[in-house]
Design a protein around this ligand. Structure first.
Ligand SMILES: [Zn+2]
Length: 236
């Protein structure tokens, strides 16, 4: 099992690690600062250094309990000690979008009771899909206003672990429709204090004030009961 550094501390930018296994350009480390592509959040980029040699991180994916990392060239071997550096500018933008998606989803859910059916985070815009028959553009814009008012209040975002059996008794922790949480002992809970909380393994800000300001871009109908909203973060 790879130790998930990004899950414990989303703000850590660098860590020492050891190569556990290597197959050409694909490696597994004992611990990963690199977030694997999942839950609509793209995987991290970055650099792995072995002495003076640098390997660029091309893709990061989950592989059972491990994190599988593809680098740009062969040369890393089991037992190697390496230094891992995450592409922080890119990661921080994704943390802003991810946390903003929680906040916006909470506003949509609060006013419409709609469940979130998916999301895709990007560096310039992101989208959220939700299960809703009717869609009121004017009302949607008021949810953005409400989210921006909360951002101005600099509300703390907490994350902590909860035994899965306790978490399953709280349906509000699973607002993503049809998403089955992993069968593990503990789930990571992310809580925008007094606004919403959800079981989530992504990377988040410590405070929603860091988001800045979110803006509505457009909304689409994507078939029956499926509405898609695009948003952007100014200055991200
Ligand atoms: Zn999350």
């Amino acid at each position: 099992m790879t130790e998930l550094i990004y899950l414990k501390n989303g703000y850590q930018k660098e860590c020492e690690a050891a190569v556990v296994s290597a197959n050409d350009k694909t490696i597994v480390l004992d611990k990963s600062i690199f977030y694997p592509e999942s839950g609509g959040q793209p995987g991290d980029f970055g650099v792995i250094k072995k002495g003076s040699e640098e390997f660029k991180v091309i893709s990061v994916k989950k592989s059972g309990g491990d994190i599988s990392i593809e680098v740009d060239k062969p040369g890393l071997n089991a037992g190697d000690k390496v230094n891992c550096i995450v592409d922080w500018d890119r990661r921080y933008i994704l943390m802003k979008y991810h946390t903003a998606a929680h906040l916006l989803s909470a506003m949509i859910h609060k006013h419409t009771n709609a469940l979130i059916t998916g999301n895709q985070l990007g560096l310039e815009q992101s989208r959220i899909d939700f299960d809703l028959e009717n869609f009121d553009r004017e009302k949607l814009l008021t949810y953005f206003d409400e989210a921006n008012e909360l951002i101005k209040k600099n509300i703390e975002v907490k994350s902590y672990f909860m035994p899965s059996e306790d978490a399953f008794k709280l349906p509000e922790l699973f607002s993503l429709k049809g998403k089955l949480p992993p069968q593990i002992k503990e789930l990571r809970i992310v809580e925008i204090v007094d606004v919403e909380r959800n079981a989530c393994g992504g990377t988040h800000l410590k405070n929603i004030g860091e988001i800045g300001r979110i803006s509505f871009l457009k909304a689409d109908n994507k078939g029956k009961n499926n509405r898609r909203v695009y948003f952007t973060i100014q200055g991200a």
